[in-house]
Design a protein around this ligand. Sequence first.
Ligand code: HH2
Length: 345
Amino acid sequence: MHYVRPIPLADPARPEGALPLAGGPLFFDRVEILERGRTPLILPARELDPAALAPLTAPRPPLAGLSMGRPRVMGILNVTPDSFSDGGRFAALPDALAQAQALASDGADILDIGGESTRPGAAEVDAADEISRTAPVIEMLRGQGLSLPVSIDTRKAAVAEAALQAGADLVNDVAALTWDVGLANLVARSGAPVCLMHAQGTPQTMQADPRYDDVLLDVYDWLAERIRAAEAAGIPRSRIVTDPGIGFGKTLEHNLAILRRLSLFHGLGCPILLGASRKRFIGTLSGEPLADRRMGGSVAVALAAAAQGAQILRVHDVRETRQALVLWRAVTCEAEEPARGGTQA
Ligand code: HH2
């Protein structure tokens, strides 16, 4: 079994015949062929047959009304007492509402609202508590006229259902529909898009001793299997987003192996979401023990992910990430008009 990774072009001078990566602003003309236990091989993309190229080049359908033609910023709002970076800061309703509005005015394309920390070692939260933390925030934001797509970060069907009723648009499940058997049916019935994230183990145990045969290919196979399961439950691929789950049952080396070859996941035919913001590996590599002082590293990883064609970047520092992306696109994607004044849609 071999795997095909598009190698995105890092330069705006585009060779003749270069192909669009997932219909987005990046192009590729070579692919890396990966096989377990073998040295990777690099080939011209044109040597692949059209069926192998199709998932790599096809434009992704809009997600919750957002075009996937350029990288989108998902702003994180944790209404929890114990999240690793912002735990306790937005647990009270007025603080949560103010932070949501701040993320929106900073330029978030999507808000991701979570009521259960999934940091390593976090304890499980009762569904009723998670609902009481998240649904009122979403309902009040909609009451205040917030029109941004809202995602509910949960593993539980009851929490997702309450959030969707309150006005959420998509479901972000760090367990990829493996935690609660009812969640796949709910997502299928509701018509909402869903993010399927890879994790090895549960938050309680995942960092104990994570092991893989080949982390990149194991995560790819696992996500491919979860997409098949979601499709079997009635969720079309056009409503699925995939995420390799940085920090979820992964060592520093595992995280880096995934990030260096992130574009492999385009082969799944779905938008790629990446959540690396302020995570521990950034602190380890940069020598910064404090999560809220890891913005520079987080922005660097977000740009590296965008350069691999990731469509959604889940971040705490929305304003800075958005600014970095606007400048990165202006200086790398020749075909595009640079954004001006920060007001471009
Ligand atoms: N990471 C976290 C939570 N949800 N969802 C997706 N799709 N991808 C991620 O990488 C991801 C996620 C963990 O980060 P955070 O929400 O900042 O912290 P906590 O789990 O402690 O609330």
